[in-house]
Design a protein around this ligand. Sequence first.
Ligand code: NAP
Length: 290
Amino acid sequence: MNINGYTRLAAVVANPIKHSNSPFIHNMAFEMTEVNGVYLAFEIENNNLAQIIENIKTMDMYGVNLSMPFKKEAVKYVDELTPVAELIGAINTIALKEDGSLLGHSTDGSGFFNSLENYQVECQTISILGGGGAALAIIAEACVQKANKVFVFNRKSANYPILQEKLNKISKASGVEIILQDLADEEKIQDSVNESNLLINATSIGMKDKSMPVDANLRLSEGIVVADIIYQPAETEFLKWAKSQNVRTINGLGMLVYQAAESFELWTGKKMPAQTIKEALERKIYETRS
Ligand code: NAP
């Protein structure tokens, strides 16, 4: 890497963030595309967020990525939001525009769909398990891309009525039907999955142990694609179960790389060599751990 007076900075801002794979992804992209940039991770305290975002302008940075706990709060410091960011009220990317203003965007949903090779969202019916931040980004993106219908399943926690309100807002603004149901209702899940050609686990179930977000008796129809946005472990219990029914499965590593790719393109105007970087990341994460 040739850092000189022209090098521009991008960063991920979160807390905690030192474990992040984003510097690996973006610095490899800068190198491969020969863009004179460098990407760092800033672990900051809450009261420094406004200053950090202001620094994008004063330091002529490309922009930043945001992760927990700043995705919602950062919205108030940007000048403009993309339609999907407007729908969910959260951003994972800020880009410095040529006119000096700041654009806030959420690339998690588009990154997810771009990671499913050749999947056209338009007119499709999708079932998604979970209604947290990542799920909402995927749901909003599906609505912006004019899906036919989205079934959402969440446990009946204190979040359920809040989630219902958020989904109502997204549905009203996009004109796409979104149906929220109880994650414990096996019959409703079966009916919805029968109507869908994509089933996504966007809960955190399966990240720490071998638990499953659905009952193992659920039957998957031929041709359905099953995705888990978790990428550690590489194959969750949910994906193992889906694979045993001979359907195409995909984990969340592609989402991680493709959401980064969209940020990178917004900042630099260059396409990230996402597939090559994904393969390098697979080697880094999975081969060094086994
Ligand atoms: P989040 O906002 O905390 O949402 C978690 C979701 O999982 C909520 O719907 C929550 O339900 C549900 N959930 C958690 N524990 C549960 C349980 N025991 N039973 C039933 N439902 C449960 O988290 P997030 O940011 O959306 O992330 C969700 C997962 O996606 C995490 O595993 C994360 O690592 C992964 N992720 C991957 C990427 C990627 O790039 N591949 C990006 C972002 C996130 P309640 O609402 O009832 O709590």
